[in-house]
Design a protein around this ligand. Structure first.
Ligand SMILES: Nc1ncnc2c1ncn2[C@@H]1O[C@H](COP(=O)(O)OP(=O)(O)O)[C@@H](O)[C@H]1O
Ligand SMILES: [Mg+2]
Length: 457
């Protein structure tokens, strides 16, 4: 074809009557053009081959990405529904197919509403509108399966954007509610078990400290009981004398004899004495019953009832129990107001105080002049109870571990390491207060137990 066109162009120049020189020049130009054309074609061909290779590489990458996405979608345990902006189903995953028993082909192109029970349709119809306004939808609905049975699901609907970040549809993911409910029930059960275990722990710690308290409590009981005993002894003596006097009165003795006997037996003085004796005995009996009541309050598991209570009375009771059980004599500085009414759980407060005081006494066992200071301060919202001792103090590295369960520096058998752990839990969670510890600059340590003055219902 080249030869042909070359011939035809020379013939044309001959016909037109160009000079031989001109004709030669033209033929030379002609060759140049043909060379350029061929070179251009070569480069285009090379480009084509290059594009082809690039295209094939991109195609392979695309196929890889597609099969990766497909495998992820198929292995998802959550259901997946992809729709266009008009709510037509474009893609669903295996989890959805298995949940409702319909095939992907049956669903593709259908309206989203075919998946849901009728009563959820108004809600579903609002999805595109919500999505356009940028809200993520999170709700519980019921899908409908091929047996026309509801399948409860917790679903999540979010916007699908195209590569220009324009809204192009909806993506719904969901998890069968049965499964969620099961997981929730399991969680609930574990929580209950944990609560029971915790309650048992509190109880056993309480029993352990109760054992150590017995001496104090026995001492407390001893006072009113010996008082009662003495009163009863006196009353028994009076009773015998009264009997003698009555026998004389009704046994025919003369008035003068009766009068003499009355003076001898000091009947009038006894009569005056009976009332205070009975009153004193009543008071003693009440004291015993009060101690037993307190003991029972402390030893039985606590209900979380919160009532007005006199904080100072509880502090005094706890310290009297503890101090009576302490082996060594110690100086006690009580810096508390006469009364401070707060609303809280008295049993919990008492238990925490017992733990703190017992620890303070333990820490002062090797102290030459043990001194315990109990101080109560108050601000607008809290009462702060400071329990300060001059014992061995707390090692700096132990300060952070004090409230850990089973942390103890006491020998095996005398420390459980649970006192502060339980006290901290009770103080913060049950009493809505706080418990802190610090070392004193002049030796020993101080625990600060804060309690709200009032509890919001
Ligand atoms: N007042 C205190 N002074 C010094 N150390 C203390 C004091 N109170 C507690 N501790 C330290 O905290 C540890 C943990 O206390 P606790 O939880 O009551 O358990 P336990 O008394 O059974 O050891 C104690 O072993 C002790 O080392
Ligand atoms: Mg302790």
């Amino acid at each position: 074809m080249n030869e042909q066109s070359h011939l035809s162009s020379s013939r044309l120049t001959e016909q037109v009557g160009f000079s031989t020189e001109l004709q030669q020049q033209l033929r030379l130009n002609d060759d140049q053009v043909w060379i350029e054309v061929i070179q251009r074609m070569d480069s285009i061909y090379a480009d084509l081959v290059h594009y082809q290779v690039e295209l094939e590489e991109k195609n392979t990458a695309l196929e890889d990405a597609q099969s990766f996405i497909q495998s992820v979608i198929t292995s998802m345990s959550e259901i997946l529904i992809v729709c266009d902006i008009n709510g037509h189903i474009q893609q669903v995953n295996q989890a959805l197919i298995e949940s409702i028993g319909k095939t992907a082909e049956q669903l593709k192109g259908k309206d989203l509403s075919v998946l849901f029970c009728d009563r959820y349709l108004p809600q579903i119809a609002e999805f595109p509108e919500h999505i356009r306004s940028g809200t993520l939808i999170d709700c519980e609905v019921e899908l409908i399966n091929d047996q026309q049975q509801p399948v409860p699901m917790a679903i999540n609907c979010s916007a699908r954007l195209d590569h220009d970040y324009r809204l192009s549809g909806l993506v719904i993911t969901g998890r069968p509610l049965g499964e969620l409910r099961k997981a929730y029930a399991e969680l609930q059960r574990t929580h209950e078990e944990l609560k029971t275990a915790q309650l048992q722990l509190i109880q056993s710690e309480k029993m352990a400290s109760l054992g150590r308290l017995v001496a104090g409590v026995a001492h407390e009981l001893n006072n009113p009981i010996s008082f009662l005993y003495a009163n009863m002894h006196a009353l028994r003596g009076y009773q015998q004398k009264f009997k003698l006097y009555m026998d004389a009165l009704h046994g025919g003795s003369s008035a003068a004899e009766c009068k003499k006997l009355r003076e001898q037996l000091r009947i009038d003085a006894m009569m005056d004495d009976i009332e205070p004796l009975v009153e004193g005995s009543m008071e003693g009996a009440e004291r015993v019953s009060e101690i037993v009541k307190n003991l029972r309050k402390f030893s039985t598991p606590q209900q979380s009832e919160k009532q007005p209570m006199d904080l100072i009375a509880v502090i005094n009771r706890a310290s009297s129990w503890i101090l009576k059980s302490a082996s060594a004599r110690l100086e006690v500085i009580n810096d508390c107001p006469a009364q401070l009414i707060i609303i809280n759980n008295e049993g919990h407060v008492h238990q925490i105080l017992i733990n703190l005081l017992q620890n303070a006494i333990d820490a002062m066992q090797q102290t030459e002049h043990p001194r315990l200071q109990i101080r109560v301060e108050q601000d607008n919202t809290f009462a702060h109870i400071h329990i300060r001792d001059n014992g061995h103090g707390i090692k700096t590295q132990d300060l952070v571990k004090l409230f850990d369960p089973f942390f103890t520096t006491k020998p095996v058998g005398s420390g459980t390491g649970l006192g502060l752990y339980i006290s901290f839990g009770l103080a913060t969670e049950q009493c809505h207060g706080n418990l802190r510890a610090q070392n004193n600059s002049d030796g020993g340590s101080e625990f600060i137990f804060s309690l709200p003055l009032e509890l919001k219902p």
